[in-house]
Design a protein around this ligand. Structure first.
Ligand SMILES: *Cc1c(COP(=O)(O)O)cnc(C)c1O
Length: 405
């Protein structure tokens, strides 16, 4: 007997797609049972019950005012290929269950790695794991004993040091939020982590100091994809000399979560340090993950559909949005920028209105908060190619006028 729950029902799937496109209004969590239901309501009723909640209740990342976080909207080619992935459920741990998907992951890594001067690597669920993997390789391939990073480095860097039992040594930043290169001290036994696009202000650490430490890992979670743009690749000049690079594809490569890359300049050397062979494994298990899916497929599909230049054009549009937004809010007067936006992230505040009150007054999902050296700033991120920066600047102007009067 075939269980129909495991067989494609194109009418029901068509219904799911129709609900997705309709989006609907925010639903009520109260309709869901508070404890595990004993009897199922069936697929059709489940879709009807969940659609208003899951689809209607979600923040729209493609909305005109969505400029709060590093989470982009995703192109529809990734929706289609993610559905394929869910249906096939390949496991890249086992070549026999994922004969094509493994090759596609290797191919997409080969497409992207050269832009960063790297020669291999693999996909991971986020740059938290990419940073951990890079620092792990630094410890076990290069004998690094401590992790050195700026105070503006992402918390995943200190987390990795803690997990790996390595000393963590934070160093100061300059006025633009970049690591202060003159304060580094001895790096002979260090994994130096440089950030390309800090979370709060999008600063890029000085990449020209790569080569001084036992191992240099560049956390390019956010700004890495600038390497695809001929116009902006120079912002990350020098990255090609790093030993490892982390990039979150679910940020500026417009991928659904969880999608990121850890790349190595000498992949054989790094892989040897982070590989395990096991009784039931046909090939060694490289890196942190056991079972993992074919997140390479939507990434490859996006790169195939858009090409390098198509992805670059969308990133460039985001950067232009941020320049326009910064220009329009400063033209109003009474606005202080932490620094001019370099990688599409802007921290700013208004002199006449308290930062918390201004954030509350702005549309939900438009603007986030960040704390820099104990001070609160508002923060916008250009991850949404469909944003309307002038409309958001107008909202800022109106909110300040309301609150200051
Ligand atoms: C987002 C981010 C991370 C963490 O990446 P995830 O993909 O969220 O795990 C690390 N470093 C920087 C600079 C980031 O912006």
């Amino acid at each position: 007997m075939i269980d129909p729950a495991f067989v494609a029902d194109s009418e029901a799937l068509g219904q799911a797609l129709a609900l997705l496109l309709a989006r609907g209004q925010g639903g009520d969590k109260a309709v869901l049972p508070m404890s595990l239901p004993d009897t199922g309501i069936g697929e059709a009723a489940t879709l009807r019950q969940l659609a208003p909640l899951v689809l209607g209740g979600a923040q729209r990342l493609d909305g005109a005012l969505a400029m709060a976080h590093m989470d982009p909207p995703t192109p529809w080619i990734t929706w289609a290929t993610t559905l394929w992935n869910a249906s096939l459920n390949q496991n890249l741990l086992h070549p026999d269950t994922a004969p094509v998907a493994r090759d596609l992951e290797a191919l997409v890594v080969n497409w992207l790695a050269p832009l960063f001067g790297m020669n291999g690597g693999h996909l991971v669920p986020g740059s938290t794991v990419a940073n951990l993997t890079g620092i792990w390789a630094a410890r076990d391939a290069a004998g690094a004993e401590e992790v050195v990073a700026s105070r503006a480095a992402h918390l995943s860097v200190e987390k990795a040091a803690r997990l790996l039992g390595m000393r963590y040594r934070p160093v100061e930043t300059d006025v633009l939020g970049r690591l202060q290169a003159n304060a580094l001290g001895d790096l002979k036994r260090a994994c130096l982590v440089l950030t390309a696009g800090t979370t709060s202000v999008g600063a890029v650490d000085p990449l020209d100091i790569i080569g001084q430490a036992a191992w240099t890992h560049v956390d390019a979670a956010w700004a890495g994809p600038l390497r695809l743009s001929e116009r902006h690749a120079e912002v990350l000049a020098g990255i090609e000399r790093a030993d490892s690079v982390a990039i979150s594809a679910h940020k500026w490569l417009f991928q659904p979560k969880e999608s990121a890359l850890i790349l190595f300049r000498e992949a054989n050397r790094a892989n040897e340090a982070i590989s395990f062979a096991g009784a039931y494994l046909a090939t060694p298990n490289v890196g942190l993950l056991g079972s993992h899916g074919a997140t390479a497929v939507p990434l490859l599909a996006t790169l195939l559909a858009f090409g390098r230049s198509g992805v670059a054009a969308r990133i460039e549009r985001c950067l232009t949005h941020m320049q326009e937004f910064a220009r329009h809010i400063t033209e109003q007067g009474g606005i202080e920028l932490f620094s001019p936006p370099v990688t599409g992230v802007l921290a700013w505040r208004a002199s006449r209105v308290p930062t918390e009150r201004l954030q509350e007054a702005l549309p939900a999902g438009s603007t986030s908060f960040t704390t820099i050296q104990g001070e609160k700033w508002l923060r916008n991120v250009a991850a949404n190619p469909n944003a309307d920066p002038l409309a958001l600047a107008e909202q800022v102007r109106a909110a300040i006028q309301r609150l200051a009067s």
